[in-house]
Design a protein around this ligand. Structure first.
Ligand SMILES: [Zn+2]
Length: 395
């Protein structure tokens, strides 16, 4: 009788595991890191307000001061924007045509050199965010109907794209009306070829990492990126491909785990810890994010934006420094590194980064199960949580 009961229970558990086989297997296949890894991911730098030069220099100095056990300074990625509107020229043409003010313009000399110096010092890693933080034709069309957009587009000083309505900040859709319309694949391809060429004139090499503005992109964008040499794509853990009727990013067509590949063969990474001091996020938020990702055997990619360091510079810098120090105190074996190094290590299955031992892999897998919708509850009700916990004990 007992044997029968145990047999029935095992069959019951097997059915549950089979029902969740896909997400369970995906989390088993996802690489497990041997050490805590932290990178700050900061978007929107480049063409834009001139105050960025000072903010970048102060950030570089801060990052140099904070070093991991190996003496490696903290790394911040710069999601770079290569142009803003040339307001006076657009105004002179009565908003009938778009004109760009490129990052190569002499007005941005100090911003460019601050970025390049930081890259040279190993504290900044440049990533492609886009030629511009919008689709020019969409902003131009919106400006005909919306005085606020028109004022933004024709302002004399280099524009801050944070001031645009959110849907228009998506580069890879036409959000001049909602729901946004898809762009033609050929237009996307042409735009990406042009932005890669611009990038090369500034950075002297081709970018390998891209992060779509507002995290809205699609297969056509990835194909054009791949064609241009981009082999790593930063995601928030899923891919939104449109802006909905209410303007939200939507049409999510896939969920993403680190190390998964795009249709075009790129390696995806996941950036899902948010640290925006300007929104009131304290240092502990970053430390907690790092501890949770470390238990899961994952890197902690922290999203932040330049606006924190332009608007409330002093306070944000202090919060970032406290967070980085707190991270080192919480995880003494923490490694600072760039997302590109991480992606390269995943691709090469580099044993210096990637765990191969069974016990730590099981522990990381177990720590990842909570995020599978409904699984934890079902496992608990079925008595399956206990054997899983036993399997996933921290070694
Ligand atoms: Zn952005």
């Amino acid at each position: 009788m007992l044997v029968l009961a145990i047999g029935a229970l095992l069959v019951f558990w097997a059915v549950i595991l089979l029902a969740f086989a896909r997400p369970l297997r995906a989390r088993w296949r996802e690489p497990v890191l041997r050490h805590p890894v932290l990178a700050i991911e900061s978007d929107d730098w480049g063409a834009g307000p001139l105050g960025q030069a000072d903010a970048l220099r102060r950030l570089a100095a801060l990052l140099r001061r904070v070093q991991d056990r190996s003496g490696r300074p903290a790394v911040m990625t710069l999601g770079v924007i290569l142009e803003v509107p040339d307001g006076p020229r657009i105004a002179a043409g009565d908003c009938r045509a778009y004109h760009a003010l490129p990052l190569s313009d002499s007005r941005f000399d100090a911003v460019r050199s601050a970025m390049l110096d930081g890259v040279g010092a190993g504290v900044f890693a440049a990533q492609l965010h886009g030629q511009c933080h919008y689709w020019p034709a969409a902003v131009l069309a919106a400006a005909q109907a919306e005085p606020g957009v028109r004022a933004w587009l024709t302002a004399p000083a280099p524009a801050a794209t944070e001031g645009l309505p959110s849907p228009l900040q998506s580069r890879w859709v036409d959000a001049s009306g909602l729901p946004a319309r898809a762009l033609a694949d050929a237009d996307i391809r042409q735009a990406i070829e042009a932005e890669i060429a611009t990038w090369q004139t500034i950075f002297g090499s081709v970018p390998r990492v891209a992060v779509a503005t507002t995290f809205v992109w699609n297969d056509a964008v990835e194909a054009a990126w791949a064609n241009a040499g981009i082999d790593t794509v930063i995601s928030p853990g899923h891919r939104a491909t449109c802006r909905t009727a209410t303007g939200e990013p939507g049409c999510v067509d896939r969920t993403i785990l680190a190390g998964e590949r795009s249709l075009s063969g790129q390696t995806y990474l996941v950036r899902d810890v948010y640290f925006e001091p300007d929104l009131g996020h304290g240092p502990q938020r970053l430390v907690d994010g790092l501890l949770a990702r470390t238990r899961q055997g994952r890197a902690c990619l922290v999203e932040t934006h330049r606006v924190n360091f332009l608007k409330s510079g002093e306070a944000s810098l202090a919060a970032l420094e406290a967070a980085l120090s707190g991270a080192l105190a919480a995880c003494p074996d923490l490694r600072f590194g760039s997302p590109l190094e991480l992606a390269d290590a995943i691709r090469a299955r580099d044993p210096a980064w990637i765990e191969t031992r069974l016990r730590p892999r099981l522990a990381a897998w177990h720590a990842r199960l909570d995020e599978i919708p409904r699984f934890r509850r079902v496992a608990r009700l079925a008595g399956l949580a206990w054997p899983l916990a036993l399997l996933g004990r921290q070694p």
